[in-house]
Ligand binder design. Structure first.
Ligand SMILES: Cc1ncc(COP(=O)(O)O)c(C=O)c1O
Length: 412
């Protein structure tokens, strides 16, 4: 560790206050977990206390932490080369291997990947692609969706109280209600695209009803709008299928991936037909460029992650539904109203809002990590790594149930 200005001892003693002083924060109450290491299902703090990870860093560490195949792939790639130049100019073996393997696994015409750094950038690219490909301006998204935090992606958020702070936003963005078929008539010949999630995550896990997404697909076809599916949380096995659109039986024009893609490394992708993606190559050329998107070390990690997910006839992905069922069976308490889930993305709704903070904080102090949602203040989030075992599910559920007892006791 390079500590020219502070001694190691002083640094460690003051880690928390130095963190608050020098590292940018997003809330006045950061969780302040001092991460020393993370392995498999557990994150360890500086005192060696283990925390069972029931969040996967919000659906990122689907294979757990430091999966050996991912670590090996990173090490191997580091031994060859790191950044040279990306966005389709230099030929990087990991990029080609990944894109062709993904195309084969998808097997539905989404046969090319434009690599980016994260989910938000994938969303930005998709919005630009839709406007460029259709020559139209209007972009639709769904109420209570979260697609990222940059100006463009933030414009897709329907929460006016939040977004107006940053106005003026990008123009010609409108919102419809997820799962409301009557709202689909707002997708018109003026619409460049609709961007929506496979399962609304931050709204507190709202799955598409019946054939809602198929109806969206049909409406987009009728009016020539692009259907852009954000599978940044739902992708890579989280719903018990490699991708949610496989489960719900349709093919989007553009598929957005990130989070679980990189096995813990930062990467995202815009997946579409090569024909559509090539729109960026002309009028204007360099339609979207990115210095680090598709960094070979990150793609190597993504390749190892995909290999693990595809292995043994996708047995890990297939195990998700049993694990989901077990959690439903075990996680029963008088202050739990309902559990909404789509595979291992779950919202546990409590009978009263006032219990939520107690349950989340106590579960964490009991040694299991759970989290809040952006747009649901009565539920907590469970999104454990897909590798979680039955024993670890029992361990996590026990910690949550004891936190529920604690929360209930606060109001006796
Ligand atoms: C559905 C969805 N889309 C997009 C994003 C943005 O991804 P990132 O944080 O990697 O930029 C997120 C992040 O939470 C997300 O949940």
């Amino acid at each position: 560790m390079a500590l020219s200005l502070v001694s190691l001892k002083e640094f460690q003693m003051n880690l928390r206050s130095l963190f608050l002083q020098h590292v940018g924060q997003t809330s006045v109450m950061p969780m302040m977990l001092e991460v020393a290491k993370a392995e498999g299902m557990y994150i360890y703090d500086q005192d060696g206390k283990a925390f069972l990870d029931l969040n996967s860093g919000i659906s990122v560490s689907s294979l757990g932490h430091r999966h050996p195949k991912v670590v090996d792939a990173i090490t191997d790639q580091l031994g060859k080369h790191m950044h040279t130049m990306v966005y389709g100019e230099h030929i990087h073996t990991p990029q080609v291997l990944y894109a062709s393997t993904l195309a084969k696994a998808l097997d539905n015409g989404l046969d090319a990947v434009y690599y980016v750094n994260c989910g938000t950038e994938a969303v930005e690219v998709a919005m630009k692609l839709a406007r460029r490909a259709t020559g139209r301006r209007q972009i639709l998204s769904c109420k209570n969706a979260y697609h990222g935090s940059t100006m463009g992606a933030e414009a897709l958020r329907s929460d006016y109280e939040f977004t107006r702070t940053f106005f003026p936003s990008i123009p010609d963005v409108d919102h419809i209600t997820f799962n409301d078929e009557s709202d689909l008539e707002n997708i018109t010949h003026k619409t460049a695209c609709i961007i929506l999630e496979g399962v609304q995550a931050e709204a507190g896990i709202r799955s598409p009803k019946d054939d809602y997404l198929i109806k969206v697909r049909q409406r987009c076809d009728e009016v020539g709008a692009l259907m852009i599916l954000d599978e940044i949380q739902t992708g890579f096995g989280r719903t018990g299928h490699l991708f949610a659109h496989k489960k719900y039986g349709f093919v989007p024009d553009v598929l957005l991936i990130a989070k679980g893609m990189g096995g813990g490394m930062p990467i995202g992708g815009v997946v579409a037909s090569k024909n559509l993606l090539d729109t960026f190559t002309k009028k204007p050329a360099l339609g979207h460029i990115t210095t680090f998107g598709g960094h070979p070390v990150c793609v190597a990690a993504a390749m190892a992650t995909l290999d693990v997910l595809l292995a043994d006839d996708q047995s890990l992905v297939q195990s998700v539904l049993e694990k989901e069922k077990l959690i439903h069976e075990l996680l029963v308490h008088e202050i739990i109203q309902e559990i909404r889930s789509d595979g291992l993305m779950m919202a546990v709704e409590l009978t009263k809002r006032k219990y939520l903070k107690h349950v989340v904080e106590k579960t964490i102090s009991n040694g299991a990590l759970i989290d809040f949602f952006l747009f649901d203040d009565r539920s907590f989030r469970l999104a454990p790594p897909l590798i979680i075992t039955e024993q670890q599910i029992r361990e996590g559920v026990d910690k949550i149930l004891s936190a529920c007892d604690y929360a209930k006791a606060q109001y006796r």
